[in-house]
Design a protein. Sequence first.
Length: 485
Amino acid sequence: MRVLHVAAECAPWAKVGGLADVTGALPAALSAVGVDAALVLPLYREVRERGIEGEPVAGPFPVRLGGRAWPVTLRRATHPEGFPVVLLECDELYDREGIYVDPGTREPFPDDLERFGVLCRGALWAAQVLGRWDLLHAHDAHAAAAVAMLAAGYRHTPLEWTRSVLSLHNAGYQGLHPLAAAATLELPLGDTRPGGPAEFWGRLNLLKAGICAADGLHTVSETYAREIVSGPEFGFGLEGVLRERADRLVGIPNGIDTRAWDPSRDPHLPARYDAADRSGKAECKRAVHRLAGWDESDLSRPLLAVVSRLVDQKGPDLVLEALPALLDSGARLVVLGAGSREYEDAFTRAAASRPDGIWTRIGFDEPLAHRIEAGADVFLMPSRYEPCGLNQMYSMRYGTVPVVRATGGLADTVLEWDPTTGRGTGFRFEAPTSEALLAATARALETYRDPHAWARLVWNGMARDFSWEGAAARYKDWYEGVGRG
Ligand code: ADP
Ligand code: GLC
């Protein structure tokens, strides 16, 4: 079986969040179970800056979109995990700083529609150039139009029998545009009639268009698959269409890249460790203290951490509200994140006013994310919703205990610690409030004071297997079902 993935991100070349981690690992995991998988990605400036350019295989070819022809060249590269990546080269659209947001204005690029429209149309062209495909697998709103385009008109082409699947990594980002943009993408006119597949409250909704057109729908955890059909809190207005297509919707949880995230050989860490010998973890904690300017000789205070996009979804406001009480309880906090200016400023101010308790780094810093995962004792994820979430899994693997809101993939991967049985891998809470976060963190800190219990809890997390193998086998079965129609 041959599957062509289409996505706007791919780690380690172009990463904003967990989508990149998934598209950077899933194709390789699929190959290991006998699915021949490749990925189409724009050739962004940051990909080039990493020395990745690929070899030209076709083009420039005029990709038509909105009455214009965009010259696109297909370049073939090999991902570090071994799978083929087709890079779409179109400098006018992709040779600039930023993936979704213009770093100058902090707003989405005004030609967003063209950037991702050309990704979709270009991917369908690439698919035809590169042979036959059983499935096109689009990820999120940026690639969803490829599914709608495929359904709308590739009869009598090599794609005639290609089926399509769409993964929803986050139903909160839907690709909304003025309705007239449907013409630019050349989606069928009927799609934009009120209540039509691409119409959403008078606007064009690319995710909805993809949901309606795909042969199969997938999301990244079982709980989130139930949540998104349950109501607007998780479905963001798409719960109705998702409910109508619920028989096509599966939840297959993400794995993690257990090679890139391995405390026993992580090149970013000042010291390495594993479940049997965790002594190197103390060295990692010391290194975080050094970075924060804290006393390195006293590591006794519990170290909490947040590594996250700083947006409402992740509940940074709950951490900010809980902060005084967290620090008064004797804990310290390190924060690495970027996102909305309001949250960035609030964490920066908090660090300036209580420098002995909180240290903040605003920005995106992959090596530092690894060092914080290793150096912290407790990892906070008070997400309002979390389709899967990867950091809780990285945390457990790094012996760092997650405190999570029990939603989506967090609910599926973190088990509440039970001091009587010695089972469990973290601490969970239900209400999206700072009080609930504080109560769960208090349970974590109480357990931290009992070294035996803590060692057991850490061990339980480190022993969990979050590798991609199981997920890849489930994808394969699902693909085969979709392929049979
Ligand atoms: P989401 O995709 O919603 O952001 P995930 O938990 O699935 O959430 O994945 C987030 C990924 O992005 C993780 O690999 C995390 O380490 C990384 N990440 C988030 N913010 C930063 C940052 N500021 N610097 C480095 N890595 C980050
Ligand atoms: C999204 C979600 C996150 C998920 C990631 C990868 O960005 O917010 O929960 O882990 O996609 O699927």
